[in-house]
Design a protein around this ligand. Structure first.
Ligand code: FPP
Length: 246
């Protein structure tokens, strides 16, 4: 498939689309500030960008999309901003995700959802249940997610199994640890994208990104579109992945 970047025509190899793309959707606040709008308007535009990117991932044949919607650190923001993001999430769970189910999209949440409001937890459980047999794009939403928190919770679960005698510490392998993570059973992302010019991982998928390729762009998340996604995939396809070998 060809796409245009400025005056260049570039080609994406449709047989080598990354199976799993993970995105740190950054820059909503700056997008709003540039327009003299409140931060919550930036998050709303960010939610709309996510809706479009889900469609684009489907069209390109991506199998897994993981997005960082709310981190364990985001609670430190003003109550007003946290409430605005939670309200958007409510709307999202009620409308967009239902539409996506018609498109064969499966959804789950990674992160510690017990800190979220009860009605949101219930909606999440319902959507996970309703979409569980879909086999198109699998969208993983990271909510109250932190990579270190996920590892702590995994170690706690693992320790319980050892205490019960169901697991022998000497037999623990990387696969054992993987099976206790929120992402158990999901292949690791080949490509991690972060928007808005920041070049940090911010506690996102720490275990899973061991061999991922990173793509950083100055584009603010609400402006990230199909063209931006294709540029990221093009960049990924033109790298040599060695996994530590030669
Ligand atoms: C980072 O931008 C974005 C967030 C912390 C929230 C991400 C939320 C969305 C994309 C929309 C909501 C999606 C759902 C599913 C509810 P920032 O606020 O840190 O931007 P800044 O760095 O420019 O201030």
């Amino acid at each position: 498939m060809f796409f245009q970047k400025g005056t260049q025509t570039l080609e994406i190899d449709m047989t080598r689309i990354p199976n799993h793309i993970a995105i740190i959707m950054d820059g909503n606040g700056r997008w709003a500030k540039k327009r003299s709008l409140p931060r919550k308007a930036g998050h709303k535009a960010g939610a709309e960008a996510l809706e479009r990117i889900i469609d684009d991932c489907r069209a390109l044949g991506v199998k897994h999309l993981t997005v960082y919607a709310f981190s364990t650190e985001n609670w430190k923001r003003s109550q007003e901003e946290v409430d605005a993001i939670m309200d958007l999430l409510r709307q999202y769970l009620k409308t967009y995700f239902r539409r996506f189910m018609k498109d064969n999209v499966k959804m789950n949440v990674i992160g510690e959802i017990s800190r979220l409001d009860g009605d949101i937890q219930e909606q999440i459980r319902e959507i996970e249940k309703l979409s569980k047999d879909k086999d198109g794009l699998f969208v993983h939403i990271a909510l109250n997610y932190g990579g270190r928190d996920e590892l702590c919770r995994a170690v706690q679960k693992l320790a319980v199994q050892i205490e019960k005698g169901a697991l022998d510490s000497e037999t623990i392998t990387e696969d054992t640890i993987e099976s206790f993570l929120d992402t158990a059973g999901t292949p690791d992302p080949e490509l991690v994208i972060r928007t808005s010019g920041e070049e940090r991982i911010s506690n996102f998928l720490l275990w899973q990104i061991a061999y991922s390729e990173f793509y950083f762009t100055d584009t603010l998340w609400p402006d990230f579109n199909r063209q931006s996604l294709e540029e990221a995939i093009y960049s990924y396809q033109n790298r040599e992945r060695r996994f530590g070998g030669r």
